[in-house]
Design a protein around this ligand. Structure first.
Ligand code: FES
Length: 387
């Protein structure tokens, strides 16, 4: 006589059959956490060769010492997270030029944010590892590997194993560790939340159409000429660019310069350092076929084309120009843009062309910008298509 499948008790381990007896749902419901944890080991073909609790006698001085050592790491993590939040929110982050009062404080902003954030994550990680090392039982087990997805039995028994681990390490009575770990994780989470929400609170549109996201240092002010200059390493040494300074098939990084800023150390440094300002001036080889973008037919001067250096994917500097193929490469995630087709992306994750700066040569023979970029530079943002 054969037994139909409908006569069998429902098995929860059908997805991943195990040589051990697979309990029914009713049997599982009857089991306590201890039994489920043992079952978990058995179902996974785990043989526990040796298992000894770290602190068989509770409350010894050595145990207290171990507990304090773990708690110390969580405390360091919590304090670092508090410091991270404090620096992130209150440290002066607005640009201050070298030599100006407050420059040292401003320069310390990014290193301090990184230092305290890193320290917080590191100390939290060390705390967890040190808890496992100091309180988990010494156990030697042998396990056979299984393929395929986890079935319901495995999922439920794993949870039971975790509960058993908590019991074995007596986490319930280690209030110092629980409190400091909770504090560290809580403050760290708070820091992450603040970092995520802060950009929504600081209004990026404060200046409306003059907001930083729309304009760059190339924007003409009071009709003053904006020259292209390159960086010699000395901000006060003004090196303007003439067409003959550049070889065909080459690229040069240039920045904006206005005569009214000559001698103004702060303005000169700012023009060189402002992240929106770097532009790739590319001189194509004579006779290179080019496709121009509609409405931007007069943005170039002969074989000279100027594109924002800020990648439209995530804002890395696209510093590489491959003169054989006329491709501009971003080293961060390998986006490629083609200079002969208005900086259009042709490979990688970037989805928008590199914005092109309109340029010409003035009466004195220098390359100058005739306006700001016609669109926002760098990574896309929600409002960019509404502009
Ligand atoms: S930032 Fe350039 S490809 Fe990602």
């Amino acid at each position: 006589m054969t037994t139909s499948r409908h006569d069998e008790p429902p098995s929860l381990g059908a997805e991943n059959p195990s040589p051990a007896h697979v309990p029914t749902r009713a049997e599982l419901d009857d089991m306590g956490p201890e039994e489920l944890a043992v079952l978990a080991a058995r179902l996974d073909d785990v043989e526990i060769v040796h298992n000894q609790r770290k602190w068989p006698v509770p409350g010894t001085r050595a145990e207290k010492r171990a507990e304090r050592a773990v708690a110390l790491w969580f405390l360091i993590s919590a304090l670092s997270a508090v410091a991270f939040i404090g620096v992130f929110l209150f440290w002066p982050y607005e640009y201050v030029a070298p030599g100006q009062p407050g420059h040292q404080l401003y320069s310390a902003y990014t290193p301090l944010v990184g230092l305290f954030f890193g320290l917080s994550v590191l100390a939290l990680g060390i705390g967890v590892i040190s808890y496992v090392k100091k309180f988990f039982p010494d156990e030697v087990s042998v396990q056979q590997r299984h393929d395929g997805p986890s079935d319901e039995v495995a999922r439920r028994t794993v949870i039971a194993q975790l509960a058993k681990a908590g019991k074995d390490t007596d986490i319930a009575r280690r209030s110092l560790i629980k409190r400091t770990a909770g504090l560290a994780a809580g403050v760290f989470g708070l820091g992450l939340g603040i970092a995520a929400v802060a950009p929504l609170i600081r209004d990026p549109w404060k200046g409306r159409e003059e907001a930083d996201l729309w304009v760059t240092g190339w924007k003409p002010v009071n009709g003053e000429t904006v020259y292209l200059r390159y960086d010699t390493g000395d901000p006060s040494e003004i090196a303007l660019v003439r067409p003959e300074d550049q070889d065909p098939g080459s690229m040069m990084t240039v920045f904006p310069f206005r005569e009214s800023e000559r001698g103004d150390e702060e303005a000169l440094v700012k023009a060189l350092r402002k992240s929106d300002n770097p532009v790739m001036l590319i001189r194509l080889r004579p006779g290179t076929p080019v496709t121009l973008r509609e409405g931007q037919e007069d943005f170039h001067h002969g074989d000279y084309y100027a594109f924002s250096k800020i990648c439209t994917h995530l804002g890395c500097p696209t510093s590489l120009f491959e003169s054989q193929t006329n491709r501009i490469l971003c080293p961060c995630h390998q986006s490629q843009f083609i200079a002969t087709e208005y900086g259009k992306p042709v490979f990688g994750p970037a989805a928008r062309p590199l914005p092109q700066l309109p340029i010409t040569v003035n009466d004195e023979g220098y390359l100058v910008a005739t306006g700001d970029f016609p669109e926002a530079i760098g990574p896309s943002f929600w409002e960019i298509h509404g502009s």
